[in-house]
Write a protein that binds this ligand. Structure first.
Ligand code: ADE
Length: 232
């Protein structure tokens, strides 16, 4: 039977989902609260992992080992790297990579984790299609794209850094957990998708725009996820 692990980094990314769970059971592990129950009739575990790649990776491993999840979805907000993605729009991952992994001094391409045989972690095509269909059903007024998620332990808020990320990695959005969730899901043989609503443009306006738009953006992504789990 399917059990879907749903990860958000911050409370506001998972609070609506948690409040819609039925028959909830809470387990604490590694400082995270795992909320197990039914969402839209589907068995899920909803968890706030905290910010950054280490928290995200730990969280995936706990979902795999202790909760035996069959699929992983990451919901949340991101900074846009693509002029076609405006604040409030949604990016559904095609793939994800670590923009802050650099072993280029030993000949590895920027972003590649040595000894992994891929640069980018590919999202599950079926979960991608389900996410798009849910977006059309429940966020029909929201513009959604498939694209590349770049993750690093940095909040991106300058044109120079943003442009470098676009040039080097051709990313569509940037955040701080997705590639770790993708990486952990791949190592555990779990299909995954990352769904991120745009809260800012990852440029000089990001620190002003982010607090203003994060809540509405997080809700777009969560609404989509809640619909989607019933179709997996
Ligand atoms: N999450 C939302 N906006 C972001 C940004 N600009 N950089 C990193 N993570 C983010």
């Amino acid at each position: 039977m399917n059990k879907i692990g749903i990860i958000g980094a911050m409370d506001l990314e998972v609070e609506t989902l948690k409040s819609h769970l039925t028959s909830e059971n809470i387990t604490e592990k590694a400082g995270m609260r795992f909320h197990e129950g039914l969402l839209n009739g589907t068995p899920v575990v909803v968890v706030r992992c905290g910010i950054g790649k280490v928290n995200a990776a730990l969280c995936v491993q706990i979902l795999a080992d202790i909760f035996g999840v069959t699929h992983v979805i990451n919901t949340g907000v991101a900074g846009s790297l693509n002029p076609q993605l405006d604040i409030g729009d949604i990016l559904i991952s095609k793939d994800a990579l670590h923009h802050d992994m650099d072993v280029s001094a030993l000949g590895y391409p920027l972003g590649m984790v040595p000894q992994m045989n891929c640069l980018e972690f590919a999202a599950d095509p079926r979960l991608m299609e389900l996410a798009k269909a849910s977006c059309e059903r429940v966020c029909s007024d929201v513009h959604a794209l498939f694209g590349r998620v770049l993750s690093g332990d940095q909040f991106i808020s300058s044109d120079a850094v943003k442009n470098r990320l676009i040039e080097l990695f051709h990313g569509d959005c940037t955040e701080m957990e997705g590639a770790s969730i993708a990486h952990g899901a791949c190592l555990n043989g779990l299909p995954f998708v990352i769904i991120r609503a745009i809260s800012d443009k990852a440029d000089g306006s990001a620190t002003l725009n982010y607090p203003q738009f994060e809540k509405a953006a997080a809700e777009h992504s969560a609404r989509l996820v809640e619909d989607m789990v019933a179709y997996i």
